[in-house]
Design a protein around this ligand. Structure first.
Ligand SMILES: *Cc1c(COP(=O)(O)O)cnc(C)c1O
Length: 391
């Protein structure tokens, strides 16, 4: 098993790569080069780490959830508190990294796609911070579901562009954002919000989010003098999960569990479980597991959590699944709502509905999780945005 993937062309085994129009190849190469140079540049690393600590609020706590552990009958469940970050979710780790790159490349404008609105807010936030023009693509269905985040983006000076095609959700927003980028690539940087898309995005976003796992690894070693038995995280595109998982890749005894959205049930066809119930295919510029029909048409995804409502997933997760480095499970809307209530009631922490999928998994995992174990669960975001969906 190799940790230092992808290869030069962006492949994780058979997954990843670049399936994009010719006009984007130059931009992707430019981005790849800038990213590689920045990674080696001490000044860039210091600048990013200063923004992460002074502006976003890192490091986030690794909190021992005693009452939750007791309720679940698991020795110790720790929550990695990404919900405490500025803007309320892990997304800011990535947008800060990418906006620094955009500034280095001299781009005046940034664009992004958004589902729950969390990535749109995180992008609008860093655009304001750096004085860049900002357009956010968002499905009209999500605009309705996430009115508060739409107001936030506008207040931050971004333009929210309503997408009326397809299911009017995240997939369609990403398609439109890619289209915009093809046209405006000279002065525009596209900030993709998860570990998907054409190379170098899956690698680059993973590296920016890996701060989650690096911190968690140090914190658990300090608190427990040993590594955890399980890592658990929800998987939409897969960035919070990969951010937690990746720094533990070589720790053979650390088991990884990614939790997808089973929506109204896997057999209903209304879900977003690309890894659990999908198959290899191409979506938004890379090869990974996707939800498609027998003619290769991408299907509509469904989840009560707008941030999980996507019919694809990052290619590195498809690879982890194939080599069995991680296992993937799916949790329904109804179970996620139970997880949402549970964490609120026993810990006084209202989780994002996305993160509630990971909580719900632990609740129903039964013997799949050894009770005498240490678990780190990524609490990817806070739930204020979801209050209206939850009753
Ligand atoms: C966007 C989002 C997710 C899903 O995205 P990943 O790339 O899978 O992490 C999960 N939780 C929250 C709170 C989000 O905002």
């Amino acid at each position: 098993m190799k940790k230092n993937l992808p290869d030069k062309a962006g492949h994780f085994g058979i997954f990843g790569g670049r399936f994009v129009p010719e006009t984007l190849i130059y931009a992707l190469d430019e981005l790849g080069k800038e990213y590689a140079a920045s990674k080696r540049d001490k000044k860039f690393r210091k600048e990013l780490s200063d923004y992460l600590s002074e502006y976003a609020g890192r490091p986030t706590p690794l909190y021992l959830a005693r009452r939750l552990s007791r309720y679940l009958g698991i020795s110790r469940v720790y929550l990695k508190r990404e919900d405490l970050l500025h803007t309320g979710a892990h997304k800011i780790n990535n947008t800060l990294g990418q906006v620094l790159l955009a500034a280095r490349m001299g781009k005046r404008r940034v664009i992004a796609e958004t589902g729950a609105g969390q990535h749109g807010v995180a992008t609008a936030t860093v655009a304001a911070l750096f004085g860049l023009e900002c357009d956010i693509y968002m499905g009209s269905e999500d605009i309705k579901r996430q009115a508060l985040n739409v107001l936030r983006m506008k207040l931050l000076g971004a333009k929210v562009i309503s997408v009326e095609s397809g299911t009017r959700t995240l997939k369609d927003a990403m398609t439109e954002a890619l289209r915009d980028w093809v046209t405006n690539v000279r002065h525009t940087h596209y900030i993709i919000g998860t570990v998907a898309g054409p190379h170098p995005y899956p690698m680059m976003v993973r590296d920016f989010q890996a701060v989650i796992g690096k911190e968690a690894r140090q914190q658990i070693l300090r608190k427990e003098k040993r590594l955890p038995d399980y890592l658990v995280a929800c998987v939409g595109g897969g960035s919070n999960a990969m951010g937690l998982f990746h720094p533990f890749f070589n720790d053979k005894n650390v088991k990884m569990i990614g939790v997808e959205a089973a929506g109204l049930g896997l057999s209903s066809g209304k879900h977003s479980a690309s890894l659990v119930a999908g198959s290899p295919g191409v979506l938004h510029g890379c090869k990974s597991d996707v939800l498609e029909d027998k003619f290769g048409q991408i299907k509509n995804a469904h989840s009560i959590a707008a941030g999980l409502d996507y019919p694809g997933v990052g290619p590195e997760h498809a690879y982890y699944k194939e080599i069995k480095r991680a296992v993937y499970a799916a949790v329904s809307d109804k179970e996620a709502l139970e997880g949402f209530k549970l964490l609120s009631e026993v810990e006084g922490i209202i989780p994002a509905l996305e993160s509630a999928h990971a909580i719900a998994y632990l609740k129903k995992a039964g013997r799949a999780v050894n009770k005498n174990s240490i678990v780190i669960l990524c609490l990817s975001g806070r739930g204020d945005k979801d209050l209206h969906e939850s009753h």
